[in-house]
Design a protein around this ligand. Sequence first.
Ligand SMILES: [Zn+2]
Length: 89
Amino acid sequence: MAKVTQCQSCGIPLDKKTPAGTEKDGSLSSKYCTHCYQNGEWTMDLSFDEMYDYNLKRFQESDMNKVQKYFLNKMYTKKFMRKLDRWSE
Ligand SMILES: [Zn+2]
């Protein structure tokens, strides 16, 4: 049984810096991060492409270390994002 450890909307790993979002009843989301999802709703109503560009920029500007950024540049593709629950229709 795999535990979801990355946001199924933007793909960012869920950890202390990026906590889970919240459902309508205030409980923590098991799937989405706080940037994407709050009170049971998307924080931003973006298309797939807009979301991809937004995330890429956000990650680049975050305080990730060089190794994480290197990994990100290699791994964070549209193909990767398509596999996340929100986009995999
Ligand atoms: Zn997210």
